[in-house]
Design a binder for this molecule. Structure first.
Ligand code: TYC
Length: 154
């Protein structure tokens, strides 16, 4: 995990190991820190790399938590109808959703008996692609099979 530094207000100083630090700190303390920098080293930054100090109070270097949010997920659903063959639905579940023959048969029967069923759960763009693939495959084979997606809540 990588922590990020959130900058509020202040100016650049040279920190340990030549790292640049952005701080908001009393001028007197800042001057003192500047005096102790080793400048002129070829790999290090020099004083001229930094803007003039401001005259603000207080340190303002804040370490913020890494922001790693999971993307929203979507269920892809197949809907039942009276005309699409069971064999075709099983083909769809195997080839577009990567299910085994056994799992595909189980999902197909669930849709057949309950009216709808989940083929898989994906991020938005992948779910959209799957829905489109099912629609095109069904149309090309003249089946009225319907496929849709919905947010995966609960
Ligand atoms: N009900 C269809 C039949 O009896 C089979 C079927 C199952 C159709 C699932 C669509 O999503 C579906 N031939």
């Amino acid at each position: 995990m990588v922590a990020t530094l959130k900058l509020i207000q202040g100016h650049w100083i040279l920190g340990p190991l030549g790292l640049r630090l952005f701080v908001d700190i009393k001028e007197s303390l800042l001057d003192d820190m500047y005096k102790h920098q080793r400048v002129g080293d070829s790999n290090r930054l020099s004083m001229s790399d930094f803007p003039e100090p401001l005259h603000d109070e207080s340190v303002a270097l804040e370490v913020s938590k890494p922001k790693l949010k999971r993307p929203p997920l979507y269920r892809v659903l197949l809907l039942n109808d009276d005309y699409t063959t069971m064999e075709f639905v099983i083909e769809v579940l195997k080839h577009i959703f990567g299910h085994s023959e056994e799992k595909a048969t189980q999902i197909m029967l669930h849709v057949h008996q309950k009216g709808a069923g989940i083929c898989g759960v994906y991020t938005r763009e992948i779910a959209e692609t799957k829905v489109e693939q099912v629609k095109q495959y069904a149309e090309s084979e003249k089946h009225p099979l319907q496929c849709t997606m919905e947010p995966d809540i609960d």
